[in-house]
Design a protein around this ligand. Structure first.
Ligand SMILES: Cc1cc2nc3c(=O)[nH]c(=O)nc-3n(C[C@H](O)[C@H](O)[C@H](O)COP(=O)(O)OP(=O)(O)OC[C@H]3O[C@@H](n4cnc5c(N)ncnc54)[C@H](O)[C@@H]3O)c2cc1C
Length: 401
């Protein structure tokens, strides 16, 4: 039985509210501290939640509320040179759910609040002090808070990661910028279908939310790194021109670029991937979500893995004291999240093929799809389930068993 009673959760994105709600379920009082002024902060656009992520949300009782804001994806397809071929999916699994990121943030936040999790906004963590009895977070506004443990759910640019180990690596730039939006469904795309398209100059994906609206995401090759703030500092017209030029020769990419306007454009900035992080925890601090394992948008698993880790971390803190809990948590999670990131890294390379490679992809696509083993590539990722009630054993014991 753990002696952990209180936790500070830094970051109120996706992993933060889920960790805090799961901690509460585990009998640990958690409070969330978020740098932004409110629960959603306009980082919209589409996100596909995989069956494993939804199953983990089931444990804290919010899966139905997430399904209610989602559009189920029943078919997936690859598209090269205007030719679209459905890809096989692992058998017998519930569909992925396409959700707007803002809606997901809101639902997870509201559920956490209803469960009894307090949130504090405009609280940017800048430092920590730790002693034998607890850890104190210091915020930019001069305030502080103390608890038994501190959990860094503060995303890809995590401050907590640097406090745990200043030498911990930062995220790598994939060489791609994320842009997109929700546009009218003028091409009659059926809801439930998601297409991954190798355009002439750049990769993009889309899925119909319903008969009227399509959510599309562009992965624009861009040598210069631009953070979210830097990318948003450019006028919308700059990005609209880039989208229209880049996708001019693609169907239906050109249509999406044409329908994207200053009003519906979403600019996400650089797309990242986290290399393996050597130190997941130190003392009373630990990392969860993108702060420690962002497998890049190519995996379609970032949010789902963040949710799984949040639940597993809460289980470990329920059953073990912090040092043993953090070791057990890392042992439960590291292999899985690094495996997903390795698959995404390979996909990232295929998103920017040269002209010859693209021609080859076009020619070989039917054979590639025929030879695909969806169970091998995605089955294990999507079938992962957490047994909340099972007691967590210390890491060395579990490894020896
Ligand atoms: C274009 C794009 C498409 C994606 N598509 C998918 C997809 O299809 N499927 C999928 O599963 N995932 C997808 N992802 C990944 C997914 O969005 C992330 O994995 C997920 O948001 C991670 O959640 P998180 O809570 O760890 O981090 P975040 O959601 O980034 O939350 C971190 C929070 O911490 C706060 N914060 C940061 N620093 C501090 C500080 N010092 N003090 C206090 N608060 C702080 C931030 O303001 C933020 O609210 C996509 C990502 C991108 C960029």
């Amino acid at each position: 039985m753990s002696k952990i009673r209180t936790a500070l959760v830094i970051g109120g994105g996706i992993a933060g509210p889920v960790t805090a709600t799961a901690l509460l379920k585990a009998g640990i009082q958690a409070r969330v501290y978020e740098a932004y002024p409110g629960p959603t902060h306009g980082i919209g656009s589409g996100l596909a939640l995989a069956p494993n992520g939804l199953a983990a949300l089931e444990i804290i009782g919010v899966a139905d509320a997430v399904r209610a804001i989602g559009s189920p994806i029943t078919t997936m397809a690859l598209s090269v040179g205007g030719r679209t071929i459905p890809t096989p999916q692992p058998a017998g699994l519930p569909p992925l759910q396409l959700v707007d990121r803002n809606d997901l943030h809101r639902v997870l936040h509201d559920h956490a609040v209803a469960a009894g999790v307090p949130f504090e906004y405009r609280k940017r963590l800048v430092g920590v002090d730790e002693d034998a009895s607890g850890v104190t977070a210091r915020f930019a506004d001069g305030s502080s808070a103390t608890a038994d443990v501190l959990i860094g759910a503060d995303g890809i640019r995590s401050t907590v990661r640097g406090l745990i180990d200043p030498a911990n690596p930062g995220p790598e730039y994939t060489g791609l910028l994320g842009l997109g939006g929700i546009v009218p469904n003028t091409i009659g795309a059926p809801p439930g279908e998601m297409a991954f398209c190798f355009g002439r100059r750049a990769y993009y994906l889309y899925g119909a939310l319903d008969r009227d609206r399509i959510m599309w995401g562009a992965n624009l090759p861009h040598r210069e790194y631009l953070s979210l703030v830097e990318a948003r500092a450019f006028p919308a017209e700059h990005w609209l021109d880039r989208l229209r030029n880049t996708y001019a020769d693609d169907h239906p990419g050109a249509e999406f670029a044409r329908l994207t306007t200053a009003e519906n454009l979403e600019v996400q900035g650089a797309l990242h991937i986290m290399p393996p992080v050597p130190h997941w925890s130190r003392g009373r601090m630990v990392l969860v979500g993108d702060a420690v394992h962002a497998p890049s948008n190519s995996s379609g698993q970032g949010a789902s893995l963040a949710i799984e880790s949040a639940i597993q971390l809460a289980r470990c803190l329920r059953d073990l004291d912090h040092r043993a809990a953090f070791a057990a948590y890392e042992q439960l999670r590291r292999g899985r999240v690094e495996g997903v990131a390795a698959r995404a890294r390979r996909l990232n390379h295929s998103k920017t093929p040269g002209a010859n490679a693209r021609r080859m992809i076009g020619l070989l696509m039917p054979l590639m799809i025929k030879g695909m083993d969806p169970e091998r590539s995605m089955g294990a990722e999507q079938r992962y389930r957490i047994d909340w009630d099972a007691p967590v054993r210390p890491a060395t014991e579990a490894a020896a068993a």
